[in-house]
Design a protein around this ligand. Structure first.
Ligand code: ASC
Length: 147
Protein backbone atom coordinates (compact mmCIF):
# COMPACT_ATOMS: atom_id res chain seq x y z
CA UNK A 1 0.00 0.00 0.00
CA UNK A 2 2.72 2.43 1.02
CA UNK A 3 4.54 1.61 -2.21
CA UNK A 4 1.45 2.30 -4.33
CA UNK A 5 1.06 5.72 -2.74
CA UNK A 6 4.73 6.43 -3.41
CA UNK A 7 4.38 5.47 -7.07
CA UNK A 8 1.26 7.61 -7.43
CA UNK A 9 3.07 10.60 -5.92
CA UNK A 10 6.10 10.12 -8.14
CA UNK A 11 3.89 9.98 -11.22
CA UNK A 12 2.01 13.09 -10.16
CA UNK A 13 5.14 15.17 -9.52
CA UNK A 14 5.70 16.37 -13.12
CA UNK A 15 1.99 17.14 -13.44
CA UNK A 16 2.15 19.27 -10.31
CA UNK A 17 5.04 21.22 -11.79
CA UNK A 18 2.98 21.91 -14.91
CA UNK A 19 -0.11 22.84 -12.99
CA UNK A 20 1.67 25.65 -11.14
CA UNK A 21 0.94 28.20 -13.86
CA UNK A 22 -2.60 29.08 -14.83
CA UNK A 23 -1.54 30.75 -18.08
CA UNK A 24 1.58 31.31 -20.24
CA UNK A 25 2.04 34.89 -19.00
CA UNK A 26 2.30 33.59 -15.43
CA UNK A 27 5.03 31.10 -16.35
CA UNK A 28 7.04 33.71 -18.27
CA UNK A 29 6.68 36.27 -15.48
CA UNK A 30 7.74 33.69 -12.91
CA UNK A 31 10.89 32.58 -14.73
CA UNK A 32 11.89 36.15 -15.68
CA UNK A 33 11.40 37.28 -12.08
CA UNK A 34 13.59 34.49 -10.77
CA UNK A 35 16.34 35.30 -13.29
CA UNK A 36 16.12 39.01 -12.37
CA UNK A 37 16.47 38.41 -8.63
CA UNK A 38 19.16 35.76 -9.17
CA UNK A 39 21.09 38.18 -11.40
CA UNK A 40 20.92 40.89 -8.73
CA UNK A 41 22.30 38.66 -5.99
CA UNK A 42 24.93 37.30 -8.35
CA UNK A 43 25.94 40.87 -9.30
CA UNK A 44 26.45 41.73 -5.61
CA UNK A 45 29.02 38.94 -5.44
CA UNK A 46 30.43 40.17 -8.76
CA UNK A 47 30.99 43.64 -7.30
CA UNK A 48 33.08 42.07 -4.49
CA UNK A 49 34.99 39.89 -6.96
CA UNK A 50 35.78 42.99 -9.06
CA UNK A 51 36.87 44.95 -5.97
CA UNK A 52 34.04 47.47 -6.29
CA UNK A 53 32.55 46.49 -2.96
CA UNK A 54 34.31 45.49 0.28
CA UNK A 55 34.56 41.78 0.98
CA UNK A 56 32.12 40.79 3.71
CA UNK A 57 32.15 37.01 4.10
CA UNK A 58 28.66 36.68 5.56
CA UNK A 59 27.15 38.86 2.86
CA UNK A 60 28.82 36.94 0.04
CA UNK A 61 27.82 33.63 1.60
CA UNK A 62 24.22 34.79 1.90
CA UNK A 63 24.12 36.02 -1.70
CA UNK A 64 25.67 32.77 -2.94
CA UNK A 65 23.13 30.73 -0.96
CA UNK A 66 20.32 32.74 -2.57
CA UNK A 67 21.79 32.28 -6.06
CA UNK A 68 22.05 28.52 -5.46
CA UNK A 69 18.43 28.33 -4.30
CA UNK A 70 17.12 30.58 -7.06
CA UNK A 71 19.04 28.60 -9.71
CA UNK A 72 16.76 25.64 -8.99
CA UNK A 73 13.51 27.47 -9.64
CA UNK A 74 13.04 28.65 -13.25
CA UNK A 75 13.02 25.32 -15.06
CA UNK A 76 9.45 24.01 -14.56
CA UNK A 77 8.27 27.35 -15.98
CA UNK A 78 9.82 26.38 -19.34
CA UNK A 79 7.83 23.14 -19.62
CA UNK A 80 5.34 22.63 -22.46
CA UNK A 81 7.05 25.21 -24.72
CA UNK A 82 5.30 27.98 -22.84
CA UNK A 83 6.20 31.44 -24.16
CA UNK A 84 4.80 34.87 -25.00
CA UNK A 85 5.81 38.11 -26.75
CA UNK A 86 7.87 39.29 -23.74
CA UNK A 87 9.94 36.13 -23.53
CA UNK A 88 13.54 36.16 -24.73
CA UNK A 89 13.66 32.37 -24.83
CA UNK A 90 14.83 31.16 -28.26
CA UNK A 91 12.92 28.27 -29.86
CA UNK A 92 16.10 26.26 -29.21
CA UNK A 93 14.99 25.96 -25.56
CA UNK A 94 12.42 23.41 -26.72
CA UNK A 95 14.01 22.24 -29.99
CA UNK A 96 17.24 21.36 -28.20
CA UNK A 97 15.67 20.72 -24.84
CA UNK A 98 18.21 18.10 -23.74
CA UNK A 99 21.03 20.63 -24.05
CA UNK A 100 18.91 23.30 -22.33
CA UNK A 101 18.35 20.96 -19.40
CA UNK A 102 22.03 20.09 -19.35
CA UNK A 103 22.94 23.80 -19.23
CA UNK A 104 20.38 24.37 -16.48
CA UNK A 105 22.02 21.55 -14.55
CA UNK A 106 25.47 23.09 -15.04
CA UNK A 107 24.29 26.38 -13.56
CA UNK A 108 22.77 24.65 -10.55
CA UNK A 109 25.97 22.67 -9.96
CA UNK A 110 28.21 25.73 -10.36
CA UNK A 111 25.97 27.83 -8.08
CA UNK A 112 25.91 25.07 -5.43
CA UNK A 113 29.71 24.96 -5.57
CA UNK A 114 29.89 28.76 -5.27
CA UNK A 115 27.67 28.58 -2.16
CA UNK A 116 29.93 25.95 -0.58
CA UNK A 117 33.07 27.93 -1.36
CA UNK A 118 31.49 31.20 -0.16
CA UNK A 119 30.74 29.59 3.20
CA UNK A 120 34.45 28.83 3.44
CA UNK A 121 35.23 32.53 3.04
CA UNK A 122 38.39 32.32 0.91
CA UNK A 123 38.23 35.16 -1.64
CA UNK A 124 40.50 33.53 -4.24
CA UNK A 125 38.30 30.39 -4.23
CA UNK A 126 35.17 32.56 -4.39
CA UNK A 127 36.57 34.38 -7.44
CA UNK A 128 37.21 31.08 -9.21
CA UNK A 129 33.77 29.63 -8.39
CA UNK A 130 32.13 32.93 -9.35
CA UNK A 131 33.89 32.84 -12.74
CA UNK A 132 32.74 29.29 -13.37
CA UNK A 133 29.16 30.19 -12.47
CA UNK A 134 29.26 33.29 -14.71
CA UNK A 135 30.53 31.12 -17.56
CA UNK A 136 27.55 28.79 -17.14
CA UNK A 137 25.20 31.84 -17.30
CA UNK A 138 26.90 33.09 -20.44
CA UNK A 139 27.05 29.84 -22.39
CA UNK A 140 23.36 29.13 -21.76
CA UNK A 141 22.44 32.70 -22.76
CA UNK A 142 24.48 32.37 -25.98
CA UNK A 143 22.51 29.28 -26.99
CA UNK A 144 19.08 29.96 -25.60
CA UNK A 145 18.42 33.66 -24.95
CA UNK A 146 17.62 36.16 -27.68
CA UNK A 147 19.53 39.46 -27.52
C1 ASC B 1 25.81 38.33 -14.46
C2 ASC B 1 24.58 38.27 -15.15
C3 ASC B 1 24.69 37.36 -16.14
C4 ASC B 1 26.03 36.73 -16.06
C5 ASC B 1 26.77 36.76 -17.35
C6 ASC B 1 28.15 36.17 -17.19
O1 ASC B 1 26.07 39.03 -13.51
O2 ASC B 1 23.47 38.96 -14.91
O3 ASC B 1 23.80 37.03 -17.00
O4 ASC B 1 26.72 37.44 -15.02
O5 ASC B 1 26.88 38.06 -17.83
O6 ASC B 1 28.90 36.29 -18.34
Amino acid sequence: MKQKVMIALLCAAPLLAQAQFAKPDDAVEYRQSVFTVMGMHFARIGAVVKGERPFNKEEVAQNAELVATLSQLPWPAFENAVTNAHSKAKPAVWQDNAKFKEDAGKLQKAAAQLAVVAKGGDLASIKKAFGETAQSCKSCHDSFRAK
